[in-house]
Write a protein that binds this ligand. Sequence first.
Ligand SMILES: C[S@@+](CC[C@H](N)C(=O)[O-])C[C@H]1O[C@@H](n2cnc3c(N)ncnc32)[C@H](O)[C@@H]1O
Ligand code: SF4
Length: 375
Amino acid sequence: MAGIYVHIPFCKKRCSYCDFHFSTTFSNYREKLITAICLELEIRKTELEDVPVETVYFGGGTPSLLTKDELSDILVAVRGANQLIADPEITFEVNPDDATEENLIAWKELGINRLSIGLQSFQETDLAWMNRSHSTQQGEEAVRLAQVLGFDNISIDLIYGLPELSNDQWVAHLDRALSLNVQHISSYCLTIEPKTALNDFVAKGKLRRPTEDQQSEQFDLLVSTLGNARFEHYEISNFAKDQKYAKHNSSYWNFTPYIGVGPSAHSFNGHQRRWNVANNTKYFQQVGKNQDWFEVETLSLAEKWNEYFLTGLRTKWGILKRSISDLGGFNAAELKQLETYLRTDLMMENQENYVLTEKGKLQADGIASSFFRLD
Ligand SMILES: C[S@@+](CC[C@H](N)C(=O)[O-])C[C@H]1O[C@@H](n2cnc3c(N)ncnc32)[C@H](O)[C@@H]1O
Ligand code: SF4
């Protein structure tokens, strides 16, 4: 099994908190982008030979800025270069202001069967300082319209730990999210990235820096509120109803190979990580010449071990005893470390795996890194 990720590096506006790779000049570059992405797919068509592709993910940036024809061209290239299974999961990241009836119908006709809609907050003042291109009402209407038009696998993104968000307001946001009857919720704690407008707002005192206590209390509220509503907490930031897990994202966490196309997209083939240049013009030019648009790194055994702990421990599937032994097994110091976590109720042992407890999930990255090995 394998996945394809397509990165669309353009957005209408620059959200104040975002440091993903994107630019706001799409109109000048649309044709170049589609041509280069289709060409990259063609050039790389032997990479997943004989491996069935189960998931396709359009992320960004803002894929919902694509026209029906542009999206169709990319999907034809994806299908032409890979063996898709009969019913692949095809996820499309959507900004609410793009979710018009016409677009939703087009996306459905093209075979998109999972939407990830970026609502981010249910408070208008938050959307204002975030510089989002939609209102809270547009967010809720996007979900409802998608449901009316037959989408039955919808995820929404929400951010917590925001400067002015009280715990009561956060619970109210979660209640509003639950009233939308979506199948999946991704919820991230706000990170204040350097070189973003948000970083400036906080540095100049225009917005309050959220405290660690506030962020961890809101994580607890997230877990308990969604848990009470029968959402399964299957990855630190991801919650699913009725096992509607994000299949594509799960492949990142369990070491399934994937090809990432488009500027700044990452790929993984089981042994090597590869990343495309995070510069749109360079990407178009270099793909056109079929040279030097990416860098590759071969993972050492220690790096595979470290990544396995970092990603595996974030999920409800944890780290498998079988995979640990394939990677060389625990040494004496690591075993001692493991026993401490088991004794202090941060980790749990099952027949086939080790998983973090709810208490452990709060320290997931710290626990994972305590098992890290040097080359
Ligand atoms: C890069 S965006 C792409 C999706 C789409 N363009 C959107 O904005 O909805 C993916 C998600 O990452 C999350 N995200 C981006 N920057 C973040 C930050 N600094 N802190 C927390 N979450 C962030 C947001 O929830 C967002 O929906
Ligand atoms: S729309 Fe999404 S990708 Fe674009 S700037 Fe905003 S958060 Fe980042």
